[in-house]
Design a protein. Structure first.
Lengths: 85, 171
């Protein structure tokens, strides 16, 4: 578990650095427009008839995610500090 | 075969870094504990630091599948329809507020433990099935993300081939 935890740190570091390195290249690509003017396209929308399904999806992620991570919650001793506030 | 050299170098560096850190962490564990039991191995003795704790909890969700999937979803259906980041973030908060302390105090390792203790081993075995299925399909998502990475480096092979290659390398 120590090795999993520490390789996780390295993995997240790579993701953080790698994605920021990719940003300038992505911006300069000719297929990429302004993030402001394309807002209506990448915002997306949820139809009125889809709202219930959308809420269902969020509930699935929220409460389905708990058994997934609950073993990790009991790992870190210091995590208890969080719970107090 | 067309190979993207920069991408290949980046992957090799990444795997070497992961390997070295893994070996280093394994040695650290051995020197601190002579004969670690299951709980020591699974939960690192419930005693890893705050910073490493935050990183490893974040990395539970944020991996290749999460990053690729979020980008794909925002591009194809838009930000509002991209539920995973929001849902998993709320999930962490809810889990921390409601489950972390009781689970820890009772000495549970996974979510199956309280059910097994209350309803017996048969129920524990039954609940193991959905947990196993969840892990299997999660692995499929991870393999798909790895395949996407491989297909960037070897540009002229199909997605299926690249998923198979990355799967072979992973196991």
């Amino acid at each position: 578990m120590y090795s999993v935890a520490y390789t996780d740190v390295v993995q997240l570091g790579f993701i953080l650095v790698g994605l920021w390195i990719a940003v300038p290249f992505a911006i300069q690509h000719k297929g990429v427009g302004s993030i402001v003017t394309t807002w209506p396209q990448w915002r997306g929308h949820v139809e009125k008839s889809e709202i219930v399904g959308w809420i269902d999806g969020i509930l699935l992620l929220v409460f389905g995610g708990i058994p997934w991570q609950v073993s990790l919650f009991s790992i870190a001793f210091e995590m208890q500090l969080w719970i107090y506030f | 075969m067309v190979v993207h050299a920069g991408g290949l170098v980046a992957i090799v560096i990444f795997y070497i870094a992961i390997l070295l850190v893994g070996i280093w962490a394994g040695r650290k564990q051995k020197s601190s504990e002579k004969s670690p039991d299951t709980e020591e191995i699974m939960l690192a003795g419930r005693n890893i630091g705050l910073l490493v704790g935050i990183f490893t909890m974040t990395a539970t969700w944020v991996g290749g599948a999460y990053i690729n999937g979020t980008a794909e979803q925002v591009f194809s259906t838009g930000l509002i329809a991209c539920q995973a980041p929001l849902g998993y973030a709320i999930s962490l908060v809810v889990g921390g507020l409601l489950f972390a302390r009781p689970m820890r105090n009772a000495g549970y390792v996974t979510m199956l433990d309280p059910f097994q203790r209350k309803y017996g081993q048969r129920m524990g075995g039954l609940l193991f099935i959905p947990a196993l299925l969840g892990e299997v399909f999660w692995s499929a998502a991870i393999l798909s993300a790895l395949g996407a990475t491989i297909s960037v480096i070897f540009t002229d092979i199909s997605t299926t081939t690249s998923v198979v290659i990355s799967g072979r390398n992973r196991f």
